[in-house]
Write a protein that binds this ligand. Structure first.
Ligand code: NDP
Length: 403
């Protein structure tokens, strides 16, 4: 029987485990392992109750390569889904290489003591995975992930050449709390407080955090303020989309969210510099994570929808004319919670991880080496988005977002 190992039992890991269990014919025996065994057991109990499928659990420290290799050699899964944190990417890639297991994750490597993230560290594994005959899929969440596949699909089916891409990420969900982040607060706040960056005419442009904003009228959600951020898929898409002139990433934030964030930043609570508190070393951002609401607890509270998509301008294959299309998904927080007991942010990240792993299990994406999603055939992934809970839609628009 085929076997699958999921590492990480947080908000996203919960969704991935539910979805893999729903497709037992593909994933076979599913293992959910993490640092805290009780979290795995609680998810497994919930899955057993809702689907009748038994998910096996174990305690594993993914920072420990030897321990992980021993575990993988014993279980012998075909694929490991890394749904822990970006800090574990390299140790899990090392363990997969040693144990002969295909690898997939949802976020690029980030050193714990350095908020600077880039694909370099993981792209450096290209030759080792190729030589081992193993496939590593990087960034198979929604953004990165589905957004990369949307671009690959547009290039395969609509445009000879893509000129500009604006990735737009709106969360119009309301949890009723004064301030909470939708996924891991430490990762989320590190991302938002970093400088904004976008790519234009072959070079990166840097702007202060949250200093560029627009209003955009999202389908089913309505007008929202969007802010330019750096996001990791910009790095691989700028490299892999031939002829691209500009790519940017935008996310919605309410004034209330930004005010809270500014205050936390101004008083030093978002810093990753250790401080000494009563003889103990404390990292302010990690302490803040402990006191903010656990994102997994927002599930039952959150109402409303998300809309994430790509506004893509290019030259149409059929007549060479310039056209702009917005390709997107709408997800409803409460519907997600009814299905897998998670809100839409975890759902939109977790379902694409399961879909990416499906392509490895079926063989469609087995290709030795290290790949971002736009480098692989988008078609089976796009079909699976419709089949497994994230249907996509396309709007013809008459102009791209203004420069
Ligand atoms: P959580 O913090 O809720 O969960 C992380 C899980 O990983 C926890 O169960 C944690 O264990 C476990 N973990 C941490 N360190 C280790 C370790 N050394 N060994 C084993 N397990 C470990 O995070 P989320 O579920 O919100 O996010 C998971 C990942 O998904 C992150 O990398 C995030 O960046 C990514 N993501 C990607 C998105 C996308 O669209 N591409 C969107 C949203 C998230 P413990 O419970 O003991 O702390």
């Amino acid at each position: 029987m085929q076997k699958t190992v999921i590492v990480g039992a947080g908000g996203v890991g919960n969704v991935v485990a539910h979805k893999c269990a729903q497709d037992a014919a593909t994933f076979g025996e599913v293992w959910l392992v993490s640092r805290t065994l009780e979290k795995c057991d609680a998810i497994a109990a919930d899955i057993l109750a809702s689907t009748g499928v038994t998910v096996k659990t174990a305690c594993l420290d993914a920072d420990n390569v030897a321990e992980t290799v021993a575990f993988l050699k014993e279980v012998q899964p075909k694929v490991l889904l890394n749904i822990a944190l970006p800090y574990q990417d390299l140790t899990l890639m090392d363990a997969c290489l040693e144990a002969g297991v295909h690898y997939l994750d949802t976020a690029n490597y980030e050193p714990l003591d350095d908020p600077h993230f880039e694909y370099k560290w993981q792209w450096d594994y290209q030759e080792r995975f190729e030589k081992a005959g193993l496939t590593a899929i990087l960034g198979s969440g929604f953004d990165p992930g589905v957004t990369n596949v949307f671009c690959a699909y547009a290039l395969k089916h609509w445009f000879d050449e893509i000129e500009t891409v604006d990735i737009l990420d709106a969360n119009a969900g309301d949890h009723g709390l004064p301030f909470a982040t939708n996924f891991n607060p430490e990762i989320n706040i590190r991302e938002i407080t970093a400088d904004g960056r976008y790519w234009e005419n072959g070079e990166w442009k840097t702007v202060p955090a949250l200093s560029i904003s627009r209003e955009f009228d999202f389908p089913e959600i309505g007008p929202k303020d969007i802010y330019l951020l750096y996001h990791e898929e910009l790095e691989s898409l700028a490299k892999n989309l031939p002829g691209l002139k500009r790519i940017r990433f935008w996310m919605t934030f309410s004034q209330n969210y930004i005010t809270h964030l500014k205050v936390l930043e101004n008083i030093g609570m978002t810093s990753i510099e250790p401080i000494n508190y009563e003889g103990k070393e404390v990292i302010p951002l990690q302490f803040l994570k402990e006191i903010l609401p656990d994102p997994a607890s927002l599930g039952p509270l959150t109402k409303g929808k998300t809309c994430i998509g790509c506004m893509i301008t290019g030259r149409l294959k059929e007549n060479g004319e310039t056209a702009t299309r917005f390709i997107y998904n709408i997800c409803d927080h409460q519907t997600c919670f009814e299905e897998v007991k998670s809100q839409a942010i975890s759902y939109t990240a977790g379902v694409p991880a399961m879909i990416g792993a499906r392509q490895l299990m079926s063989g469609a994406w087995l290709r030795p080496g290290v790949w971002n999603l736009e480098q692989l055939d988008p078609d089976p992934f796009m079909d699976d988005l419709n089949a497994w809970g994230l249907p996509w839609h396309v709007l013809e628009v008459d102009h791209s977002l203004r420069p």
